[in-house]
Design a protein around this ligand. Structure first.
Ligand code: NAD
Length: 470
């Protein structure tokens, strides 16, 4: 890979998926700048129709899209298919969200006057995407941004440029003007330059807290620009008062190891009633023994694939070692069964009597913490700077009430996994998980600003008080 080229490879095999030159931030932003006003001036119905056509384009290309997502990320094909469905499904959600959150409304009307609320697009919106859901997450920003009348400059993750390019091609095939959806290929440095470009009116970012905090700093002198940050989590799943340990184990596994643990909502910490811990861990261990780790297209289908690349696998291996040196007791080691490739086996480590580390380990590592009381368990769940998702497995509704009331997170689930956020709802969290500009249904809020107008078709005015007789 030269300085000016991005090459992506299949995590499972190392084969090259895509290569291309880095783009020019200036050129892409200028194109978007020139184009957005024309797009914004089209009737909303035109933009709605274009985006519905986009959903149809993606449906027609669903097989090749899913295949590409699976190859470039390493996730199982069945999961890549779900991601493609999420892309098409998001269009109708975004149309409803636009109307509900940012549409037009008459607030008051009397005697020939009215007070009207409408929304306008910002202009040029930059979208920075992560690699783990490389189509679904950026699309969740791009569709609402386009619908509101913005032009978009999208920089996919340097680890998944092919999926980014495929997605942009689908918007264009549906009739979104080329100038209104620009693909910018590049790495973190390109992302930084895009974020700092003077002609960008706002940035919708999804990625790590480290990058989000750097962007927040970069935007500190630009209160006029919108910045929506959706970041990671150190998410807890609590197991308490449940007789069905098998189901609890399934929920824990789905939370921690789906997408090889590369979900922003993945459970990183299992907090469990110490009396249930041993039998629950036995169930979890039995299930992990049966989980299939394999390449995306393998038959039988795997539950999880490799992580994104060897660097990520190396980092996770170091993190696991670090947890052990802090006093963690490995229950299942993080192993790399395929030499030279980033396949990792699901790992469990008991951190009950050890120093905790409040980090997001973006891979298949689950820390176990046993507690004596439910109050201690909830305090442990809140023992993080993040606050994205949290789940409770319990048959007692009063436990759930107490959990819901006291746990700090933007997504609080009951007898459901921590993962699986619905775009029909806002997606976001508190603490280091975001800056209170959630995505999902509320993504519309970041794509347009409100304009309030007091209006009368005829000018009629008089001064009733404080005027001398003529
Ligand atoms: P990342 O922060 O490394 O990169 C995200 C994007 O930002 C990439 O396009 C990257 O090139 C760019 N970037 C990196 N450094 C930059 C900088 N200094 N300035 C500008 N741009 C920069 O994230 P990742 O590793 O690709 O993705 C995984 C992370 O994303 C995890 O932390 C995960 O929790 C998070 N995530 C969050 C959500 C959510 O909705 N909250 C969804 C998916 C993933």
């Amino acid at each position: 890979m030269s300085d000016n080229e991005i090459v992506s490879t299949e995590p499972a095999t190392g084969a090259v998926v895509w290569r291309g030159a880095c783009g020019s931030v200036d050129a892409e932003v200028s194109q978007a700048r020139e184009s957005w006003a024309g797009w914004a001036a089209r009737p909303l119905a035109f933009r709605v129709e274009t985006l519905r056509r986009f959903a149809n384009v993606v449906r027609a290309r669903a097989d090749s899209f899913a295949d590409l997502i699976a190859r470039e990320t390493g996730k199982p094909l069945w999961e890549a298919r779900e991601e493609v469905e999420a892309v098409t499904g998001h269009v109708d959600v975004a149309i409803s969200a636009f109307a509900e959150r940012t549409g037009q409304r008459r607030l008051d009307s009397q005697m020939g006057m009215r007070l009207a609320l409408r929304h306008k697009p910002h202009g040029v919106i930059a979208v920075l995407g992560p690699y783990n859901l490389p189509a679904q997450i950026p699309n969740g920003h791009i569709v609402p941004a386009l619908l509101a009348g913005n032009a978009v400059v999208f920089k996919p993750s340097e680890k998944t440029p092919a999926v980014g390019a495929f997605l942009v091609d689908c918007y264009r095939a549906a009739g979104v003007p080329e100038g209104c959806v620009r693909l910018l290929i590049g790495d973190a440095e390109t992302g930084r330059a895009l974020a700092g470009h003077r002609l960008v009116d706002g940035l919708l970012f999804t990625g790590s807290a480290r990058t989000g905090i750097a962007l927040n700093r970069q935007f500190a002198e630009h209160p006029e620009k919108i910045l929506a940050l959706e970041m990671g989590g150190n998410n807890p799943i609590l197991v308490w008062d449940t007789p069905d340990l098998y189901t609890a184990a399934v929920l824990v596994l789905q939370s921690a190891f789906t997408t090889a643990g590369q979900r922003f909502t993945a459970a990183r910490r299992l907090i469990v009633d110490q009396r249930l811990a041993e039998p629950l861990l036995e169930e979890i261990n039995r299930l992990i023994d049966r989980l299939i780790l394999g390449e995306p297209h393998a038959d039988p289908a795997p539950f999880l694939g490799p992580v994104i690349d060897n660097d990520a696998a190396d980092t996770l291996t170091e993190c696991f070692l670090d947890l052990s040196t802090r006093g963690g007791r490995p229950i299942r080691y993080l192993e790399r069964p395929v030499e030279g490739r980033p396949f990792l086996t699901p790992a469990l480590i008991d951190m009950t009597d050890s120093e905790r580390s409040d980090a997001e380990y973006f891979g298949p590592i689950l820390q176990v913490i046993r507690t004596g009381t439910f109050e201690e368990a909830v305090a442990e769940a809140n023992n993080t700077r993040y606050g994205l998702s949290a789940a409770l497995v319990s048959q007692d509704p009063r436990r759930y009430d107490a959990f819901w009331a006291n746990v700090r997170a933007g997504m609080v689930n009951w007898n459901r996994p921590t993962i699986g956020a619905s775009p029909k709802a806002p997606i976001g969290g508190v603490g280091w998980s975001g800056n209170h500009r959630p995505g999902g249904f509320y993504a519309a809020d970041s794509c347009a600003y409100p304009v309030v107008s007091s209006e009368a078709e005829q000018a009629r005015a008089f001064i009733g008080i404080g005027l001398r007789d003529s």
